[in-house]
Each structure stands twice: as C-alpha cells, then as structure tokens.
Design a protein around this ligand. Structure first.
Ligand code: 9Z3
Length: 346
C-alpha cells in the first residue's frame, strides 16, 4: 500500500473560489475550419468511402509495409445552386497529380489518388484527354481489333506498370467534384492515415478554390436571370485554411507537401514562404502556371530554395519533370521518418 496522501483533489480551494479579481476565462473559440464543418453537410457517401480507404490502409499496414502517399489532383468546383446547373471551376487538368502518382508507385509507395472526377488518372492519362480519339490507338486486322503498331511498344510499358499497381493493390482512386466534397474527404482520409504515422505522406497538388458559396446561402434551384434584373452578383466566402488542421490535428506525424501556384514570378517564393510560416508544414513546391511543366522550386524553412528544371532538350523530348520531383520528395520523406523515429527514441 502507498503511504497516505497528504492532499486531496476533490475539494475546491476555498481561498480562490470567490476571487473576483481573476480575469474571465474566454469561451473556447471555434476555428474557421471547425465552423466550416459544422455548417456544411458531409457528402452522403462518406462512410462508404471511409471504409474503402480504411481497408486499403489496413491492407498495406499488414501486408506490404509500404509507405502511403495521398496525392490530390485536379480542380475543385464551387456550385452556385443546390440543383447545380452553374458552378465556378478551378483550373487544372490533373497532369501533375496523375503523373506524380505513377512515379510514387514506381518508387514503391502505395497511392491514394484523390482526384477530380473525370480528370486525368495515372496510366490511362497516356490515352485519354489527348487530341487522339482512343480508337486511333487501334486498327482492324483480319476482322479483329488490334493495337496500332505505332503505339504498341509504348502501350506495353504502360500496361505492365498499370497491372503491377493493380496486382499489388497499390493504387486507390477516390473522386471529388465540389470543394465541400474535397474538404470532407481530405479530412476523413487524413484521420485514417493517422494510423500510418510518419510513413504517411501528403502531396497536395489539387487546385483548391480559395472562395466558395456557403450551403446556407445557396439557392435550391437554378438562378433565374429575370429575378435579379439581368445581373448576377455572387458574394463568396473564403475557404477555411484547412492545412493547419491537417498539420496539427488530423495527421500530425505525416510529412506534408503542398503546392503553391502563381502566375506572377515576382511573388512565387514569397507566397510559398508565407504558406510555410503559416502552416508549419515541411515543404512547399512553387510553380508558375506558364512554366509548371518545365520548372518548379522546392521551398523549405531550413534549406536554400532549390529549383528543379528540365532542359529545353528534355522538355522537347517530352521528359516529365515529376520524374525528378518525386525521388527528391521521397528522399525528404525518408529523412523525415528517420528523424521522427530517432526523436521518439530519445
Ligand atoms: C499546383 O500548383 C499544381 O502543380 C497545378 C498542376 C494545379 C499547377 P495541372 O493539373 O496543374 O498539371 O494542369 N497545385 C496547387 C494549386 C493550389 O490551389 N494551391 C493553393 C495555393 O496556391 C494551396 S492548396 O494557394
């Protein structure tokens, strides 16, 4: 038995119980992000989606021991009506995300690909959304459909990689369309990836809208032009800065990489640094709309800015800059895992 304690915790301290000089304790403030999730309904399919992601993550935790990356890709929409006829869209074909996902898979990662539905997908991107129709990749020989010889060799390479990803259950495709679906899905997946601890990596390449129309202000039906005197004035709210929640609460042990897109090269680095200071995450990859396929810049708090560039020759030969970006990100993720594990042991 332990010695009798000389203090009790169940009795209030009477000398301060009626002390009116103690300042008021401010009521807990809801952050913009919490307010957002309280005021907006989750998509109906979220539980189903969550079960699918959990199953994928458990599979890899048990069987493959692969690191898991969440790649976000494509643009979000902002619906203007509940029964949506009109919406505001965000630029992005999903090239960065889909191409990056392929290089992550090649480098041994399991990939959750959170993408704008019908934007580019890993592997199929080589044959969809091109100026060719998919039928152009085929020919007819002896009353049978065959792959056009001009494309067959390249297609075999892509097919093998695609099958390898499928057979090892390493690629999970999860769609979104609206910014609300994106935010709820990101939160749900992040909370599941919490289980993966430091081996989870976030690679946020989706072009997420900065402004949205709250559900409370959204008309149910198609906006009528006669009712507003022919003009349409839209009053949008800022999308909450969910990155801070991701870093602090949803998946605090994961490494987080975000992209910063600008069109004015004089502000790119400054804006990337602002994002790092604001969210305290690990890496911002800056890119300009005009040159995004040729050059990007890695911005961190502890190293000089590092430009990754394709030469004109490489660019002409259709080399993909993601082939250089992904190994450089992975190298940083490995360091992150090592450092965090060493810190845990201290
Ligand atoms: C990017 O910067 C991507 O690299 C691109 C890729 C969208 C330019 P594509 O799909 O284009 O290959 O055609 N993504 C992040 C864009 C974004 O919205 N970033 C936010 C910001 O800049 C932070 S989450 O404020």
């Amino acid at each position: 038995m332990s010695p009798k304690k000389s203090f009790h915790t169940s009795n209030p301290e009477t000398d301060t119980a009626i002390d009116r000089t103690i300042p008021d304790f401010p009521a807990a403030q809801l952050s913009d992000e919490d307010r957002y999730f309280r005021a907006h309904k989750p998509p109906k399919y979220l539980d189903e989606l969550s079960a699918e992601v959990s199953e994928f993550v458990e599979f890899h935790l048990k069987n493959s021991k692969k690191n898991i990356v969440l790649v976000t890709s494509g643009g979000t929409t902002v619906p203007l009506e509940n029964n949506t006829v009109r919406f505001i869209d965000n630029f992005s074909a999903g090239t960065r995300g889909a191409t990056s996902a392929e290089y992550f898979l090649e480098n041994g990662y399991a990939v959750i690909f959170l993408h704008r539905e019908f934007s580019l997908l890993p592997y199929s991107r080589h044959y969809s959304h091109t100026t060719n129709c998919f039928l152009d990749y085929m020919t007819e020989e002896d009353n049978k459909v065959q792959i056009n010889r001009d494309f067959a060799d390249e297609m075999l390479v892509v097919l093998r990689k695609y099958n390898a990803a499928k057979e090892s259950n390493s690629l999970l495709l999860i769609p979104f369309t609206t910014v609300n679906q994106y935010l709820y899905t990101l939160k749900t997946i992040s909370e599941i990836l919490h289980r993966v601890d430091t081996r989870a990596l976030f690679y946020l390449a989706a072009a997420v809208s900065d402004f949205f129309l709250p559900q409370s202000k959204m008309p149910q039906h198609k906006i009528q032009s006669q009712e507003s005197g022919g003009k349409l004035i839209i009053d949008l709210e800022p999308v909450p800065k969910f990155l801070s929640r991701l870093v602090d609460n949803w998946a605090p042990a994961a490494m987080i990489v975000s992209f910063k897109l600008e069109t004015d090269n004089t502000i790119l680095i400054k804006k990337a640094k602002n994002a790092l200071t604001r969210y305290q995450h690990q890496l911002v990859i800056g890119n300009l709309l005009q040159t995004r396929k040729k050059e990007v810049v890695f911005v961190t708090t502890d190293e000089p800015d590092q430009w990754i560039k394709l030469t004109d020759e490489e660019y002409k030969n259709k080399e993909e800059i993601e082939k250089i970006i992904i190994p450089a990100v992975i190298e940083r993720h490995h360091k992150w895992i090592k450092q965090r594990n060493e810190n845990k042991q201290k």
